[in-house]
Write a new protein. Structure first.
Length: 205
């Protein structure tokens, strides 16, 4: 399965995916890394692994349509079959979502459908979880549709929140399980074991 990874940040989930591919756990190949930030840590990881990179940002284009066209051109160039959002902080253009319907996944640092939506990313999520008094948080791998964090849930794992947890300590615990479940979800997709019906998705054994 040819994967294109979209990333905006340091790329820790991207690195975890590459480790899983190198270990033979995920039968896939990352064919290109696309980032809206030319200096993202994920870009450096890609270059270290001889993975082609592309800097594509909205401010480079006059419209969302032009942005989508540029993305699709790169995806076609590298024969992309599947898209992975790994800490990508921008909304994917609707045209790209239509082209890759049910073939785009994201990982979110909370148990969706709670604590998701526009603006809910990174430390903001963990601050909201701690502030709510929740006793459990976790991570969610979900398919991407036209709305933030609303696509069908594929895989989740939870972590307990203890009384002395801070947003930073919770973030560290959640990131650890992100690195566990993201490769597992991609393995299931690569092996054709993910079933999607309407708003529901599940992994078949």
């Amino acid at each position: 399965m040819n994967i294109a990874v979209f990333a905006s940040g340091r790329g820790s989930n991207f690195q975890a995916i590459l480790h899983a591919i190198d270990a033979g756990i995920v039968p896939a190949k990352v064919v290109v890394l696309i980032s809206n930030k030319f200096d993202a840590g994920a870009m450096k990881i890609a270059l270290a692994h001889n993975i082609p990179t592309r800097h594509i940002s909205q401010n480079m284009f006059s419209s969302e349509g032009a942005l989508a066209d540029a993305m699709l051109e790169v995806l076609e160039e590298y024969h992309t079959e599947f898209i992975v959002l790994s800490g990508y902080l921008k909304k994917i253009p609707a045209q790209v979502i239509r082209q890759y319907r049910n073939r785009i996944v994201n990982i979110h640092p909370a148990l969706l459908p709670s604590f998701g939506g526009e603006g809910m990313y990174g430390r903001r999520v963990h601050e909201a979880v701690i502030g709510s008094g929740e006793k459990v948080s976790g991570a969610t791998v979900h398919l991407v549709d036209e709305e933030y964090d609303r696509g069908p849930i594929v895989l989740q794992k939870s972590v307990d929140i203890v009384p002395n947890d801070t947003p930073d300590s919770l973030a560290a615990k959640v990131l650890k399980i992100e690195h566990e479940i993201f490769p597992l979800a991609l393995k299931a997709f690569a092996e054709g074991r993910v079933k999607v019906e309407g708003r529901k998705a599940w992994i078949m054994s």
